[in-house]
Design a protein around this ligand. Structure first.
Ligand code: 0X9
Ligand code: CA
Ligand code: ZN
Length: 452
């Protein structure tokens, strides 16, 4: 059994090194202020205890060596723990950052066709400027490093808050999931560019308020582009000297319910933060939901090709399991029609893994709206994991477009127009089915408990 796991680990490391090869060490650079070193260890040592004891980021595997990013201050302690390592920083750090930065004109650069923060800002601003009657740029909050978190509102009369359902498309919670920024951005651009020529788009834009928040974690994205491609969290400097809070563990609904899939340990990749909404980035999303009536949401991530719905924090069906099932199945059907790619659907806790404090549990748990996590392609690590190519952007956007339009359509069709924040939502039609579902109101006690 142990042997099998070791072999699996080796295979994964080899694959990781293969997929990372395209991103080559020469492209990586680190700010001197953080005193990071790259160390190499022989993978034949048991590295699991090492990784539990020190905040290390695996960088890549190559031959018998596994490379980790580590802060200089931990080096002595690692040595004292009996691990032998070599310092390989010079192999990775390229001085003279000049030609490593994305070009000022927004084309190409380190991140190719993907958007950096700056490239995204200029794209959002030019969309808002090109369609003043249909789009307006909001800033519901700022990141830790003071970057703006943008929300592009798309509707007729975008300057007014009309009695229309809001549908939010979020991306970029996780730094390394670059494709998750592109999909909501392209959905927004598509709606604007096709308003005049497509009656269906016009109808949806006229009767809804669509919120595009393509980049929840701008600091993390920049770090992933310029420093370390596989960075996940935000860039919070934690108590123990490690960096980052996992923003998709920082929402308040059942925050820290248990330690399965979310961690109280700051150096963990799934550190949930020191409290619910401890991070300004999640606070910005809460702010957006508090000040605007949002009736449905999709949060894009990568990778795995999944359409997930609550609950994620424990493996029980919610009272709206049947509605979630049918919406997810419809969306998966629409997606498959485009490029033939299959997205599996299911409850997040069962189909992927347990976690607490994620966006969808909060949006559903607190606002009782249909909220999905869509894990974009590829389907697995073999196909590239987090590293999509530039040519993947268009087909992945195109296959997700009909599902996004469908969710807007369903939100519009079932919107009761009460003008209240919550309103009767998509659930109404399934009222009768609900009676057959198991009694499940874990959130009842939490409803309204959160400060608004
Ligand atoms: O772990 C996450 O935050 C998401 N997956 S990712 O690989 N993009 O990081 C999925 C969250 C879905 N929710 C649950 N599984 N509870
Ligand atoms: Ca409107
Ligand atoms: Zn993610």
């Amino acid at each position: 059994m142990k042997k099998v796991r070791t072999i699996q680990t080796i295979i994964i490391l080899i694959l990781l090194s293969a997929v990372l090869a395209g991103f080559g060490p020469a492209r990586i650079t680190y700010p001197e202020t953080e005193s990071l070193e790259v160390i190499a260890l022989d993978w034949r040592q048991d590295l699991r205890t090492l990784r539990l004891n020190f905040p290390l980021d695996p960088l890549l595997a190559d031959g018998l060596k596994v490379y980790f990013l580590v802060e200089r201050k931990y080096l002595a302690a690692i040595g004292e723990s009996g691990y032998s390592y070599t310092i390989e920083t010079s192999r990775f750090i390229q001085t003279g950052e000049k030609n490593l930065r994305p070009k000022a004109d927004g084309a190409g650069g380190l991140n190719g066709a993907y958007h950096s923060y700056r490239e995204l800002v200029s794209e959002l601003k030019s969309l808002a400027a090109a369609y003043p009657g249909l789009a307006r740029l909001f800033i519901p909050g700022k990141s830790l490093e003071n970057r703006n978190i943008y929300a592009l509102k798309i509707s007729d009369n975008p300057g007014l808050s009309e009695n229309e359902p809001g549908i939010a498309f979020l991306g970029g919670h996780h730094a390394r999931e670059w494709i998750s920024v592109e999909v909501p951005l392209l959905i927004g651009r598509y709606l604007l560019e096709n308003y005049n020529r497509d009656a269906r788009v016009r109808e949806l834009v006229n009767s809804a308020e669509i919120w595009i928040v393509p980049l929840v974690n701008p600091d993390g994205l920049e770090y992933s582009i310029l420093n370390y491609r596989l960075w996940r969290k935000n860039r919070r400097l934690n108590q123990d000297g490690s960096y980052g809070v996992d923003l998709n563990r920082n929402y308040s609904y059942q925050w820290g319910y248990d330690d399965i899939g979310s961690s109280p340990e700051p150096f963990s990749a799934v550190f949930r933060g020191t409290g619910p909404f401890s991070e300004p980035e999640t606070e910005a999303i809460r702010n957006l939901f508090q000040s605007h009536r949002i009736s449905a949401a999709i949060s894009y991530h990568s990778f795995s090709q999944l359409i997930l719905y609550p609950w994620g924090y424990f493996d029980q069906p919610s009272e709206d399991e049947l509605l979630f099932q049918s919406l997810a199945a419809d969306m998966a059907g629409l997606i498959a029609q485009v490029n033939g790619r299959v997205y599996q659907t299911g409850r997040a806790a069962a189909s992927l893994y347990l976690t607490n404090g994620d966006f969808a549990d909060w949006a559903f748990g607190f606002y009782r709206i249909p909220a999905f996590t869509i894990e974009l392609p590829p389907v697995d690590l073999l196909q590239g994991g987090f590293l999509n190519s530039e040519s993947d952007i268009e087909p992945i956007f195109l296959e997700n477009l009909p599902a996004a339009l469908y969710l807007i359509e369903r939100a519009v069709a079932s919107y009761a127009g009460t003008g209240t924040r919550l309103g009767p939502l998509l659930r109404k039609e399934l009222e009768k089915n609900r009676k057959s579902m198991i009694k499940d109101r874990p959130g009842a006690a939490f409803m309204g408990k959160e400060s608004r």
